[in-house]
Design a protein around this ligand. Sequence first.
Ligand code: HEC
Ligand code: HEC
Length: 305
Amino acid sequence: MQLVGLASRWSGRVFRSALTVLFLVALADPPRAQDAGQGGGEAAVERGSYIFQAAGCLGCHSDKKGGGQALAGGRALVTPFGTFYTPNITPDPRTGIGAWREQDFIAALRHGTSPEGVAYYPAFPYPSYSGMTDADLRDLFAYLMAQPPVTQQNRAHELGFPYNLRFTLRIWQALFFEPAVFEPEPGQDADWNRGAYLVRHLGHCGECHSPRGFLGAVDSAQELAGNPAGPEGAKVPNLSPGPGGLSDWSESDIAYALKTGITPDGDFLSDAMGEVIDNTTSRLTDADLAAISKYLKGLPPRSTP
Ligand code: HEC
Ligand code: HEC
């Protein structure tokens, strides 16, 4: 009797520790049910290639002017806080992100946190990418890992005090950043929601077209109202149907401009927007361009502050 009791207590304990081990294994390596369902491997790389274009990762992470290789970083981004040099995001294990696990990548884009637990500067537009779905982040990671590795050391940013103190970014994040995956708005149709996802998250249009407030945080209450001081100090136009915005543009005018760079007045969009058109919007499907145009035309009219 006693022996049976002891045995069952023991087996209970063994069972519980086996459960604990299983639980820890599950935590360490989360099941990738979604991948299995959607088809990982080549199909993921293919889907990731479209996400990569829609999200415009190439421009910032390649020093095209300096003759650098694709995604090896080193591009200078001049801001009021100092100059940032983008890091190498090729799969080189030593100087790039080749040693990263999928969950490291998701943490970087969704939470703005490095594998070492350090916060990123919002010059990396993770506040926009944070809304990307898990499925899109996984596909994007698969695509990046399939690119040629380039060995190139990262260059340190040149920032003024106190912006050079990385730990202060945790305070910035606490004040201005709330990670949240995009949720479709039930009152809107599928096209509008697709447009919202592309504009707010993948295309991160607000990073340039929305005004910024205190400490460079994007003012989401003034979404796409235009930015008097955009990248390199240039003025960035209002995309809402408000004054100086897109009220005279039809949805097809917008889609056409995003595809070709030509405005309804026959002007060519250049500079920062020229790059966005080359790397991103000219590569989107007509359906996605129509969705973006619909979303922009549906914005409340705002005037540039
Ligand atoms: C507007 C320019 C810009 C764009 C667009 C951009 N990045 Fe970055 N990215 C940066 C900067 C600047 C950093 C460095 C941030 C820091 O040091 O805190 C960075 C950091 C990163 C890191 C961290 C690398 C490391 O070594 O810790 C990853 C990963 C990354 N970006 C991936 C991407 C991906 C994927 C995309 C497209 C979805 C993208 N970035 C788009 C500017 C950009
Ligand atoms: C890196 C900064 C940047 C990003 C990101 C960006 N834009 Fe622009 N955009 C600009 C600038 C600068 C101009 C003005 C270009 C010019 O006048 O030649 C502009 C102009 C435009 C115009 C023409 C407006 C007008 O009144 O002439 C449209 C439309 C537009 N952008 C849409 C978008 C959309 C949609 C996205 C997101 C997919 C986006 N932009 C992302 C910087 C940016």
